[in-house]
Design a protein around this ligand. Sequence first.
Ligand code: F6P
Length: 326
Amino acid sequence: MANIKHIGVLTSGGDAPGMNAAIRAVTRTGTYHGIEVTGIYRGYQGMIEGEFHLNLKKSVSNIIQRGGTILKTARSEEFKTKEGRKKAHHQIQKLEIDALVVIGGDGSLRGALEFSKEYDIPVIGLPGTIDNDMYGTDSTIGYDTALNTVVQAVDKIRDTAGSHNRLFFIEVMGRDAGFIATNSGIAVGAEDILIPETETHIDELIKWLQHERRVNKTSGIIIVAEGDDAGGAYEIARKVEEGFTEYETKVTVLGHIQRGGPPTCNDRVLASRMGYDAVMHLLSGERSKMVGIVNNRFVLTSLEKTGKRAHKIDKQLLEMAKVLSS
Ligand code: F6P
């Protein structure tokens, strides 16, 4: 067993439902093993500014079901600098924190790796982002909840779309990845799904809509990933309207609703298991790794790999979605 006495835990980047469940799991597992656990507020920025939540174990009751993060989060530009990381190190040294658990997206875990190398401190990362765009895991904390939020919202839009014979372009989050769009699109039976990983051709989309019209579809849903190469939902809707006027078109941007709300059962279990594993791995001497789930097994991947690439979307799913909606 590695001699770890004091773990610092932080959430960084965009918040994601399930982060609280992960914080709770890290805290409870650490405490169970006689380790002190301190929360670091506002991610790396809070670490730089010395904003700590001492004795976190008193504050993790009743949070497993809550969205957001009790530790708050931030995207810190200062931590990207050597000087910023030096200040952060100085702050945790004062508390004698000797290991870190970082919950966040790929940028946050890149920062974790840099810090761990520079100051020789063991760090375990947990993938926390709704975007699901991380290498080393099939699913990130928050992704399942975001998908379910999108599905619930689009089901409602489908009702009104059908009543008015309208074509809706619905923009979902994901930054430059199309995971949320692809899987929510399949789940709502979207007429088409536009993602950054494939080139979007407006003329092909129009041809497809003409086909849908011929087979008597009176309304439709097009899911647009916010990072699509042809633009956001407003821009794509405008381009389609120029060449195709048979539907009245409407646009909905779902926005930050996708980041909030109570985590789903899947996200709570995923976050709990990952949080537990993070502490157990630190105790067994692991460092600079991320816990992930691959083919239903919890695995560790080197942080060197997780920061550089995302796992791939199966593009055949887009074809399948079209067949199923035709
Ligand atoms: O990475 C999570 C995410 O919600 C992305 O899907 C989105 O592009 C981005 O964060 C939005 O960031 P912010 O909340 O800073 O506007």
